[in-house]
Unconditional design. Structure first.
Length: 80
């Protein structure tokens, strides 16, 4: 029962915040290009620049795509 409450609350919060933020006005091409650029940044910036944030290790494309798509499946909203 608690698992159902968690899933419903995450879905509801994400659904409300999606409409309040206006992310529905963004196109899918913009969002896919944005995600691709962010994936490149998080892969290569820690290797060549010491930002002082985190462990300094780069992350893999595969694990980040799995995380992004699992959140999309969990919330049932692609733009959320």
């Amino acid at each position: 029962m608690n698992l159902i409450k968690i899933v419903l609350s995450v879905f509801t919060i994400n659904f409300v915040l999606t409409y309040l933020s206006g992310v529905n006005a963004l196109s899918y091409t913009f969002l896919s290009i944005y995600i691709f650029i962010v994936m490149i940044i998080i892969k290569y910036v820690p290797l060549y620049f010491n930002t002082g944030l985190g462990s300094g290790r780069s992350s893999s494309f595969y694990h980040n795509f799995v995380i992004v798509f699992s959140f999309m499946l969990f919330t049932f909203l692609i733009k959320g």
